[in-house]
Design a protein around this ligand. Structure first.
Ligand SMILES: [Zn+2]
Ligand SMILES: [Zn+2]
Length: 369
């Protein structure tokens, strides 16, 4: 049987496809035609772009398509690109190329123990951990923006997903308090909310991956498609306090290997100045389908949605005449807050249950390596 096809048409089809740089740590770098494997179509694109700056085919990002890109391609030849990702086995990862998403299905229940939250180790939490049955869409191509569709620090619920499927939330818990400095967690820095959603507000010792150059490994992905790494920028340098390549307001920065990426801080127990702990804003446009568009609870949860950081404020700051409560908490602020948040509401900066004496120590990743 004689098979013939028009190379020119094929190449134009390939090169007109949307350039799809998979999020760092996911998929093959040289799967240019995004069909899940590295093959002839990808070679043709590189050859067709040889010597040019075609970004699609410039897989190693050195500004010109050439031998380096071909060597990368040979390295990935025959690899199952859809098997390359850091998510653990209790998640299901698939690739929606036409939609431009990596799709993660997860219960949200971690592959490590949770709790106890009965007070036996000093942490009381009335909620239990339940299956959240989540489908999360991670954009394959992040869209940088200065005005993302979702205001990160106002948004309740999951805002990014850990490689073990656990949701990561913004710094605030119900009532508008900074969770890492105010709320107790289990030894993995997680706790369940009223809807049974186990989540992290800060780096978890369950997420201690490291890369060969001393940079932390990927611990999760933001709903805007950018990867999130652990605390370390290099040997003995945590990114939050780094001066060479400091983090921006969103708690991210760019390097030549990883592109734009976020860093989680060291946990509160190791550095109390790590706010915003995981992220401070979205650098890119988050995928709206990931957000719970339900009404939310009002009350303290409603307050938490209206907060501004830092310093940690609560709902009161939005009430005319109470703006000063952001800076100077007094009995009037307390009285007003208790209308919404209940008697005994803990004001900002006065955490009531910080770290019980018998709380297990947080494990720390080895510096470097
Ligand atoms: Zn929480
Ligand atoms: Zn970094």
């Amino acid at each position: 049987m004689h098979v013939s096809f028009n190379i020119g048409v094929l190449i134009s089809l390939i090169t007109s496809a949307t350039a799809t740089a998979m999020p760092y740590g996911i998929g093959c770098v040289t799967d240019i035609d995004t069909n899940g494997s590295v093959g002839v179509g990808d070679v043709l694109t590189i050859i067709d772009s040889w010597g040019t700056a075609n970004a699609e085919a410039d897989c190693n990002g050195d500004g010109i398509v050439g031998v380096g890109d071909l060597l990368m391609l040979i390295d990935e030849w025959g690899v199952d690109c859809e098997a390359i990702h850091p998510f653990t086995d209790d998640t299901a990862v698939s690739f929606d190329y036409p939609g431009g998403f990596v799709v993660v299905m997860t219960s949200g229940i971690p592959d490590h123990p949770t709790g106890p939250f009965d007070g036996s180790t000093g942490c009381n939490n009335p909620n239990s951990v339940t299956d959240q049955n989540r489908t999360i869409y991670i954009p394959m191509v992040p869209t940088p923006t200065n005005n993302p569709a979702i205001e990160y620090l106002d948004q309740p619920g999951p805002l990014s997903v850990s490689t073990n499927g656990v949701a990561m939330y913004n710094p605030y818990d119900a009532g508008g308090v900074d969770a890492p400095s105010s709320i107790c967690f289990d030894e993995y820095n997680g706790h369940p909310s009223a809807d049974g959603s186990y989540h992290y507000h800060q780096w978890s010792p369950a997420l201690d991956a490291m890369e060969a150059d001393g940079h932390s490994g990927v611990i999760g992905y933001s709903f805007d498609g950018y990867p999130i790494f652990g605390p370390w920028e290099s040997d003995n340098v945590d990114a939050h306090n780094g001066v060479v390549n400091p983090l921006d307001d969103c708690h991210g920065h760019t390097d030549a290997i990883r592109g734009y990426h976020y860093h989680a801080s060291l946990p509160y127990s190791e550095d109390p100045n790590g706010f915003p702990w995981i992220m401070g804003c979205y650098h890119g446009e988050p995928e709206i389908a990931n957000f719970d568009t339900g009404g939310g609870g009002g009350g303290c949860d409603g307050c938490a949605q209206l907060m501004i950081p830092p310093p940690i404020c609560n709902c009161v700051h939005n009430a005319p005449g109470y703006e000063y409560c952001c800076m100077n908490w007094d009995s009037a602020c307390q009285t007003y807050a208790e209308q919404f948040c209940g008697a005994g509401f803990a004001p900002p900066e006065e955490p009531s249950n910080r770290f019980p004496n018998n709380r297990p120590p947080v494990k720390r990743p080895p510096p470097g390596r």
